[in-house]
Structures are given as structure tokens and as C-alpha cells.
Design a protein around this ligand. Sequence first.
Ligand SMILES: O=P(O)(O)OC[C@H]1O[C@H](O)[C@H](O)[C@@H](O)[C@@H]1O
Ligand SMILES: [Fe+2]
Length: 181
Amino acid sequence: MPPGVAFASGHFTAENIITKTTRSGDLVGVFHDEAAWRALPAGTTIYQVEMLPSPDGEGELFVGTTHLNPGRVGDEFYMTRGHFHQRREQGEVYFGLRGSGLLLLQSEQGEARFEQVSQGSVHIIPGNTAHRLINTGSEVLSALAVWPTIAGHDYASLAQGFALRVFLWEGEIQARGVQYG
Ligand SMILES: O=P(O)(O)OC[C@H]1O[C@H](O)[C@H](O)[C@@H](O)[C@@H]1O
Ligand SMILES: [Fe+2]
């Protein structure tokens, strides 16, 4: 039997799944409101990534699903750390499985834009584009991703953060530009 995905839960129906959990304490400096981040228990799960086992090497693909919990740090919605690929030219495809949120995309020049993620949405992330998932809903946001095994992750280039942040302000989902300096 080839591996499958259960649409209702977004979980893989396969054996030998590799799971990585990212907790609040792992996300140092990621959220805008540092005091609110400190107030959150460090063991709070923000997201989990399930991956199918995959061979490594040129031409091979990773398949993984990110399950991003609903919640906020202060007013800011839970989100993944986000990254460029180490191999900048390598792209990726996201596919929305459940929940609702935003895919934040940012060029190397710092131009940022969003795509709405919902069940069945397909997102083509071009090369040279940083990407982060943001859960703006009240359910778990799950999205399946396919990317080249050679792509790698570059987190350091985003140490200053993305150019846009998403908050719940006065009951509305609002994106705000961030001034760094
Ligand atoms: O690496 P993060 O920014 O924490 O995102 C978590 C994961 O999300 C997706 O599944 C990506 O395809 C993975 O490559 C990434 O590791
Ligand atoms: Fe990626």
C-alpha cells in the first residue's frame, strides 16, 4: 500500500513516519511580543511536522505535513519559524489539508505577500522565496509540502524576521509591516 493522507485529520496513513515537534521554547526571537512569549510555557507545542521516509540526494523529494496549532502569542497568531532554502533556487509545493491560514512568501529583496491556505488550496513557492505558515483560524492548520531533498533550510537569513506580521486586533485579522532598524 502506498502512503496516504487522511483528509479529516491531515495525518499520514503510513508506517515509519518521522515526527518533529517545535515548541514555544524553540522559537526564540520569532514572535513580536517578547513578554507574551516568555509567559507561555516553553513546552507548549506550536507545530509538528510529519515526514515520510525519503532517500537523500540529487533529484529526490521530501514529503511532509506541517500541523500548526491555533493560538496566539500576545496578539500575534502562531506561525512556523519560516525559512529560505539553503539552495536558494529550489522551490516547493504546499497543499492545504485542513484549517485556514496564510502562507507568507518573501523575496530576497524583502517583498512580502500572502496566499490564503484552506482545504484543497495549492501553493507553488518559487525559488529564492522564503516561506512561513500562519494559523489565523481556530482549528489546526495542516498543509502538505513537497520539496527537493537537496534544498536544505536557511534560517539565519531571516534572523531579523519577515517584513509582515499577522495579528488579531480589535477582533480582526490584520497584517502589519514591521520596521527593523
Ligand atoms: O522549517 P520550518 O520553517 O520550521 O517549517 C517547518 C517545515 O514546514 C514544511 O513542512 C517544510 O516543507 C519543511 O521543510 C519545514 O521544515
Ligand atoms: Fe521549504
